[in-house]
Design a protein around this ligand. Structure first.
Ligand code: ADP
Ligand code: ZN
Ligand code: ZN
Length: 690
C-alpha cells in the first residue's frame, strides 16, 4: 500500500505553487519529517507538511512519484515550527516552501539518510559542559525588572539605557529558565553578525561553551549544520543568532530575547522579506515562550505597543534608566550651531579644541559621518559634469585611496579621469565629503597635536571600505580597545553596540540631512543612532564624568536635538508618534509595497497599475488605499528601472485580507500583456524604507 504525502519543497519564487505537493510513500511519515523527493530531473529536500485532512491511501498511484529517501534519523520538525513557517509565508506573501527550505541549513539539502545518521552519531559524542563564571549581584533596577518578567506573561519591552545592564538581565533570565526546566531552550538574537562573538563569549563564560551555539550567515555550511542539529536535538540549550535564527528548530523553546530590537537589520530585505522581531512575538505566543525585546531606543512600533494596557498596549514596558556602576552618568550633549562657525568649516573650532584636549590627556575620541568614500561626487566646474553612474540614477563616489569612481548601487568602478570626460577641462574636483576625506582633513588639522608621551596623533577609519576583508574589523577594533588609536573615524558602523571603554568624546560631524528626509523613519533612525553613539562615550566609570557627545548642526533648536540633549527618548517618541498619528503613518496604519523591475519605467509601472486596477473594488470594500505606481527613489540600478506602489490601511487584518485576495491577480497580470518585459516583482509587507 502507498500513501500520498503532502510535501513542501522549494519551488521557484513565483511559480504560484504556495503549498505542499504530493509524493508517494510506502509508510506514513509524521509531519515534519525530512525527505528527499524527485522534482523534475533533480532530487530535492522536502518536508512532510501538516495539512488539515490526513491523506488517504491511493488505490491507483499512477501519476504520483515515490519519495526517494526519508531522513528518519532526524526527529521531525515540530508542528509549531511548521505553523511558524506557514504564518510567515502567508503574512509576508511568499511560498511556504521557500520560507521553510531557506530556514534549514543549506548542507541538509545534500545529505542522504545514511550520511545524516553518521553525522548525528558524531554529534552525540560531545563533551560535558565546562565550568561557569560567577554572576554579579543584580542592581535594584535589574531586580525589579526580573521580578516583573517572572510574574507576567509578556511580551516585554525592556527599555534600558545603554550600559544599564540589559544583557545581564537576559543572562539571568536564561539562567533561571535553565535551572527550573531541565530541557528548556532559549533563543537570543542580536542585529549584527559582528556583535555575536562578544555575546557568545559572555554566554559561554556563564553557561559553558557546550550549552551555546550560534546561528548566522557568516558561518560556513558545516558550522551552520552543526549548530542547527544541536539546537534541533535540544543539546544546545541556548541559541545566539541574527535574524535568521528566529526560524531555528528548537523543540523546547521557552524564552526569546531580541536585543537592540529597533535595529533595521531584523528586517530581511530580499527574498522573503520578514521581520524577525515581529516573528519572534508571534513565535513566543505560539510556543508559549516568554519574549523580551530590549533597547535604549525602542522602535516606535514597540514603544506604541507597550503603552499602558488601558490605552490598548499589548507589551509590558520595563524601565532601567540608570547605568550600572557609580560614575556611569550619561554624556553631556553639546550642540554646535554651524551657522555661527567659519564658513565651510567641517570641524568647528570648539569641537577641534575639545578633541585636542582629550588627545593631550590620553583619552580617545570618535567622529562619525554617514557617508563612506572620499567625496560623494566628482564635479567639473566648467561644464557642470558630475560623476553619474551610466547604469544607475545615482552618482559614483570618489574614492581617493585607489583613485576610483565607484557606484555604491551597482558596483560599477572606473579610474578617476584626468580631465572632464564631457568638456576636457582639467578642473574637476570632489564635491561634498565622505569618511575618507574627513579622516584626511582631521589628520591635517591635528598634525601639530601631541599625545601625552609627545608622539603624534593616531587616527583610524572604520567603514565598509576598510573592513572588506575578513578579520579586518576585528583587528581595527582591537587597536581601538588596546589604546593604540586616539581618534576613530567612521560611519554608523562604529556607533553600534561596541563597548569602547576609553572613549570620552563622540562627535556627529554632519547629521542634519536625516531631519528633512522623505523617509518618515529617518528621524527615528537618526535619534537612535545618536543615542547609541552617545552610549559609546564614558563606558568606563572612572572617566565618564567628563564624557561628551557633540552634534554639529545648522538646526540646533530642532526638537530632535532638544530631546537628545535631555537623553529623553520618551519625549522624542511622544513627539514623533503624534506626527505619525496626524499623518496616518505606522504604527497608526499598516503598509505594504509592491516593487516591480523592468527595462523601462513604463513597463514596471504598467504592471503595477494594471494589478491595482483589478484590485480597486476589493480595496475600497476593505478600506485599503492603493496609491499610484511611482519610481523608486533610486530609480535605476544596473540598467534596471524600478517602480513601487504603496498599499495602506488603518487595519492590519484588512491589509492582510486584501493582499491574500490580490495575490492571484498579481500572478495573472504577470502572465498577461501588462506583465510583458517585467523582470521581477515582489511584495514587501511592513516595509522599512518607502
Ligand atoms: P547593556 O546591555 O544594557 O548595554 P550590559 O549588560 O552590557 O548593559 O552591562 C554594562 C556593563 O555593566 C557590563 O560590563 C556588565 O558586565 C556590567 N554589569 C551589568 N550588570 C551588573 C551588575 N549587576 N553588577 C555589576 N556589573 C554589572
Ligand atoms: Zn566639463
Ligand atoms: Zn551604478
Amino acid at each position: 500500500m502507498s500513501y500520498p504525502l503532502p510535501i513542501l519543497v522549494q519551488t521557484p519564487a513565483h511559480s504560484q505553487v504556495g503549498g505542499p505537493l504530493s509524493w508517494l510513500s510506502e509508510q506514513t511519515l509524521a509531519p515534519g519529517t525530512l525527505v528527499r523527493v524527485p522534482l523534475g530531473k533533480r532530487e530535492t529536500l522536502g518536508i512532510v507538511w501538516p495539512v488539515a485532512t490526513p491523506p488517504a491511501p491511493v488505490p491507483d498511484p499512477v501519476r504520483l512519484r515515490p519519495i526517494t529517501d526519508a531522513l528518519t534519523a532526524l526527529t521531525p520538525l515540530t508542528p509549531a515550527w511548521c505553523q511558524l513557517v506557514d504564518f510567515a509565508a502567508s503574512y509576508y506573501q511568499r511560498a511556504a516552501g521557500e520560507v521553510a527550505l531557506a530556514a534549514l541549513p543549506p548542507q541538509l539539502r545534500e545529505l542522504g539518510s545514511e550520511q545524516l545518521a553518521r553525522r548525528l552519531k558524531r554529534q552525540a559524542a560531545a563533551p560535558a559542559p565546562s565550568a561557569t563564571e560567577q554572576a554579579p549581584t543584580l542592581t535594584p533596577e535589574q531586580q525589579a525588572v526580573m521580578a516583573q518578567i517572572e510574574a507576567q506573561a509578556g511580551p516585554f519591552l525592556l527599555f534600558g539605557a545603554t550600559g544599564s545592564g540589559k544583557t545581564e538581565v537576559y543572562l539571568r533570565c536564561v539562567q533561571q529558565l535553565l535551572a527550573r526546566e531541565p530541557e528548556a531552550q532559549a533563543l537570543v538574537m542580536v542585529p549584527e553578525i559582528n556583535l555575536t562573538p562578544q555575546l557568545e563569549e559572555r554566554f559561554a563564560a556563564r553557561f559553558g561553551a557546550e550549552a551555546v551555539v550560534s546561528l548566522h550567515s557568516g558561518m560556513t555550511n558545516p558550522q551552520r549544520l552543526k549548530s542547527w542539529l544541536a539546537a534541533h536535538s535540544g543539546a544546545a540549550r541556548i541559541v545566539l543568532g541574527t535574524r535568521m535564527a528566529v526560524f531555528a528548530s528548537m523543540p523546547a523553546l521557552k524564552l526569546i530575547v531580541v536585543d537592540e530590537e529597533h535595529d533595521p537589520s531584523y528586517k530581511q530585505q530580499e527574498g522573503a522579506r520578514y521581520s524577525a522581531r515581529d516573528l519572534a512575538i508571534y513565535r513566543g505566543k505560539l510556543e508559549n515562550a516568554k519574549v523580551i525585546l530590549g533597547s535604549a531606543t525602542p522602535s516606535l512600533e514597540s514603544w506604541h505597543h507597550s503603552r499602558p494596557e488601558a490605552e490598548g498596549g499589548r507589551y509590558v514596558r520595563l524601565h532601567m534608566p540608570s547605568r550600572v556602576g557609580d560614575g556611569g552618568a550619561l554624556p553631556l550633549v553639546r550642540r554646535v550651531d554651524m551657522n555661527h562657525q567659519p564658513k565651510h568649516a567641517v570641524f568647528s573650532p570648539p569641537l577641534l579644541q575639545a578633541i585636542t584636549e582629550r588627545i593631550a590627556r590620553g583619552e580617545q575620541c570618535m567622529v562619525f559621518l554617514n557617508r563612506r568614500g572620499y567625496a560623494p561626487v566628482l564635479h567639473c566646474s566648467d561644464c557642470d559634469w558630475k560623476s553619474e553612474c551610466p547604469h544607475c540614477s545615482a552618482y559614483r563616489v570618489f574614492h581617493k585611496i585607489d583613485r576610483t569612481l565607484r557606484c555604491h548601487h551597482c558596483g560599477f568602478t572606473e579610474r578617476v579621469p584626468r580631465a572632464c570626460p564631457s568638456c576636457g577641462s582639467p578642473d574637476i574636483r570632489p564635491m561634498g565629503r565622505g569618511t575618507e576625506k574627513l579622516e584626511e582633513h582631521l589628520a591635517e588639522l591635528l598634525a601639530e597635536v601631541r599625545r601625552p608621551d609627545g608622539s603624534p596623533v593616531r587616527i583610524v577609519r572604520i567603514d565598509a571600505d576598510t573592513t572588506k576583508l575578513k578579520g579586518e574589523l576585528e583587528a581595527q577594533l582591537a587597536q581601538v580597545h588596546s589604546g593604540d588609536v586616539d581618534v576613530l573615524v567612521g560611519t554608523q558602523m562604529i556607533a553600534k553596540g561596541h563597548d569602547f571603554r576609553r572613549i570620552t568624546l563622540v562627535a556627529a560631524a554632519n547629521p542634519d540631512s536625516a531631519l528633512f528626509s522623505s523617509d518618515f523613519r529617518a528621524p527615528e533612525r537618526l535619534f537612535s543612532l545618536l543615542m547609541q553613539a552617545a552610549g559609546r562615550a564614558g563606558r568606563d566609570a572612572g572617566i565618564s564624568a567628563q564624557s561628551e557627545m557633540w552634534v554639529q548642526t545648522q538646526h540646533p533648536t530642532h526638537p530632535l536635538y532638544d530631546n537628545l540633549k535631555k537623553h529623553d527618548y520618551p519625549g522624542f517618541a511622544a513627539q514623533q508618534l503624534k506626527e505619525r498619528e496626524q499623518a496616518g503613518l505606522p504604527p497608526f496604519s499598516f503598509q505594504a509595497l509592491v516593487r516591480a523591475e523592468a527595462r523601462t519605467q513604463e513597463t514596471a509601472q504598467a504592471f503595477l497599475n494594471a494589478a491595482s486596477a483589478l484590485g480597486t473594488e476589493d480595496a475600497v470594500a476593505l478600506n485599503v488605499t492603493l496609491y499610484p505606481a511611482v519610481p523608486m527613489s533610486v530609480q535605476r540600478v544596473a540598467n534596471v528601472e524600478r517602480a513601487q506602489m504603496l498599499i495602506e490601511s488603518p487595519s492590519r487584518a484588512a491589509l492582510q485580507r486584501f493582499l491574500a485576495g490580490w495575490h492571484d491577480t498579481l500572478h495573472t497580470v504577470r502572465q498577461g500583456p501588462e506583465g510583458k518585459g517585467l523582470i521581477r516583482w515582489a511584495v514587501d509587507v511592513d516595509p522599512l524604507a518607502i
